[in-house]
Write a protein that binds this ligand. Structure first.
Ligand code: ATR
Length: 263
């Protein structure tokens, strides 16, 4: 029996145990995947992670508010993937070559979900709103598809910092106020506005497809583009795809989502 956990605070809402048990059942692997509440400080987080792997744990997912702490931990005593290093955040932990290893599957999960929805990105104009951790993790996976990417943020300096950090010719930074007259093939909401119930100023912005990284709450962002007849998607598919990538990394078993009944 292989053991897995998802570490967060709060953690009761996490759907990861049900998702991973469904994945494991589809490939006939007996697993135990549990929620792990952890006090919100670095020392407690490190103690939980090290005890879990010392006890033979196979893999851990990391969710709010610990993704940056996990990044700090693997940087100081382990190995980090390129995606996790660029994102400044880790959502997947395991032991690799005897060392703690941290990856971030969120950005690749986003791109995989867009592809699963039939959205092709090569040579397309894509906008992403927000300049926090969610955007940081998505930038390179999105650019790797060959699209151009405009980052819009309320606080323009944060978008400019990302531009400097990633230094890619297809990337640009704009103030959120510029969005009102823009037109895109795809627009992505990576702000926390949907979760906190705040309004995003979208003006007359138009897009053929819109994606809200959040899920489980009514999205004013998606409603804006639905009225234009755009194809709209919430972030539930991204949750499934990032989980699929973690599971495949941990177990080496490839999943066929068409054959899995999700919770
Ligand atoms: P995460 O790590 O989940 O991306 P974060 O680092 O707190 O979260 O970043 C939240 C992002 O949502 C920021 O880009 C924030 O904009 P500012 O940098 O200007 O604060 C953005 N955001 C949150 N609420 C918003 C709102 N009502 N309108 C516009 N942007 C908003």
């Amino acid at each position: 029996m292989q053991h897995f956990i998802v570490i967060g605070n709060p953690i009761n809402h996490s759907k990861s145990p049900e998702i991973h048990h469904a994945f494991a059942a589809s490939v006939g692997l007996p697993i135990c995947y549990q929620r792990q509440l952890c006090p919100d400080n670095f020392d407690s987080f490190v103690a939980v992670v090290l005890a879990f792997f010392a006890g033979g744990g196979k893999g851990a997912n990391v969710t709010l508010p610990f993704k940056q702490m996990a990044h700090q931990l693997v940087q100081s005593q382990g190995e980090i993937s390129d995606d996790a290093r660029h994102a400044g955040a880790v959502n997947t932990l395991m032991i690799k070559n005897g060392k703690l290893y941290g990856d971030n599957t969120d950005g690749r999960g986003l791109v995989a979900d867009l592809q699963a929805h039939g959205i092709t990105l090569a040579n397309k104009k894509v906008a992403i709103i927000g300049a926090g951790g969610a955007t940081r993790g998505a930038i390179l996976p999105l650019l790797s598809t060959g699209c151009s990417l405009d980052i819009y943020n309320r606080t323009i300096d944060k978008a400019r910092q990302l531009l400097e950090q990633f230094n890619h010719p297809a990337l640009s930074a704009r103030p959120l106020s510029d969005l009102t007259t823009a037109r895109y093939d795809l627009i992505i909401n990576a702000t926390s506005a949907t979760t906190t119930g705040q309004t995003l100023t979208l003006g007359n912005c138009q897009a053929s497809a819109a994606y809200d990284m959040m899920y489980g709450k009514p999205s004013e962002f998606l409603a804006h583009f639905q009225h234009q007849g755009a194809a709209t998607f919430d972030g539930f598919g991204m949750l499934i795809q990032q989980a699929k990538l973690s599971f495949e990394l941990w177990t080496g078993k490839m999943l066929d989502l068409d054959k899995i009944t999700l919770p």
